[in-house]
Design a protein around this ligand. Sequence first.
Ligand SMILES: Nc1ncnc2c1ncn2[C@@H]1O[C@H](COP(=O)(O)OP(=O)(O)O)[C@@H](O)[C@H]1O
Ligand SMILES: [Mg+2]
Length: 446
Amino acid sequence: MTPNILKKLHITGNNNKSNTTSTNQQPYQSENMEYQPIQGQGQPQYQQPQPQHVQQQLNVPQQQQPGGYGVAQVQQHGISRETSPNFAANAETQTQQIQTPHQSQPQTIQQPITIEQSLLPQKSTVSKGKYTLNDFQIMRTLGTGSFGRVHLVRSVHNGRYYAIKVLKKAQIIRMKQIEHTNDERRMLKVVEHPFLIRMWGTFQDARNLFMVMDYIEGGELFSLLRKSQRFPNPVAKFYAAEVTLAVEYLHAHNIIYRDLKPENILLDRNGHVKITDFGFAKEVSTVTWTLCGTPDYIAPEVITTKPYNKSVDWWSLGILIFEMLAGYTPFYDSTPMKTYQKILAGKVHFPSFFHQDAVDLLSRLITADLTRRLGNLHNGPSDIRNHPWFAEVIWEKLLAKDIETPYEPPITGGIGDTSLFDHYPEEQLDYGAGGEDPYAQYFVDF
Ligand SMILES: Nc1ncnc2c1ncn2[C@@H]1O[C@H](COP(=O)(O)OP(=O)(O)O)[C@@H](O)[C@H]1O
Ligand SMILES: [Mg+2]
């Protein structure tokens, strides 16, 4: 069956990230002014796992926890870990008692932030030590980042596939990202929204941190966009609308996301978005200062290191919509510095094929004037949802995933199909290392 999007989106088959322009960039951070291009666009080194119809064999329900279904887990982990004394013999019942201490950690931000009252759901944040490496078979790399890599894994208990993000402690320390990493874990553990990634738990060994998430099979929106060159107006609108609801949810819970871009937006097997990567997400009730994000997507007030608020995400939404419609970002240039200069100059050239409503919306999102930027005004995000460009979107139906997606990823669900992900050179893994952990005190929550 040929997905109809192949006609709609003019897929060319060219999906080479390294040929791309702007967003093929690592997040840029104030603490480390170095900019490094993404690594590892090498030849495929991975053999596709043999499809096995695990779901059928085991007859487990959808959305199963990796730890199984009340069946006692195997406790044979030879990993020396100082921080998970409470390994759960029964993953589903022994989850409520462990308190996660929030001890003081070195600050990487420039100013303290006052959080008056947390709006986050009062869910249990207990999930540390619930899983170990022995609960998973580690498979191929799905993505690489500044601090480690994300693997496809398979639960040895229920046979289902998950993604594990692995972060190297030494790298986190070197790049002064302790606080961001602990925030990432904390935010991921509590958010609950149809268009946001779900994390099941975390654990660590002497060298690495591990975050267990659902595996989102449809690949990055980035890959689809590069294959398609650009999206037709209604397709861009669909993805933008789902992203808008997710960002609105985060903001309603006082979370700024700060890294919106197509690489962090995954598509599930039906083609709905799942935002992943909470590496820069932060619970902030008023303003914050840290310079972080990805150059093409950073708002001008972040570059000038003024205090900024949630509306930096609405700026990024504007850049995202522009990139989906045009196939390139509005301030693209050969170096981050030149991009910043363009962002500060603030001149956006809208291609003539942009719909008039899109131009109107984008000129109200990609504006340095915070008294004009939609999402930041009296009515908040409803100004964005009620904008004429989104006129035909029925938001309640969209939230309920009751609107047909424009593109159904051509994959077989549930069998660990990774055909929509790029290939990365695999490396010797040091996971499970025991021994000295000089950084143990920084990651007590994992
Ligand atoms: N849950 C997931 N399912 C499938 N792929 C994922 C998942 N999480 C991350 N990835 C892939 O790994 C890449 C890197 O993960 P990300 O969390 O964005 O790390 P980084 O902070 O290094 O950018 C993503 O761009 C995506 O391709
Ligand atoms: Mg990312």
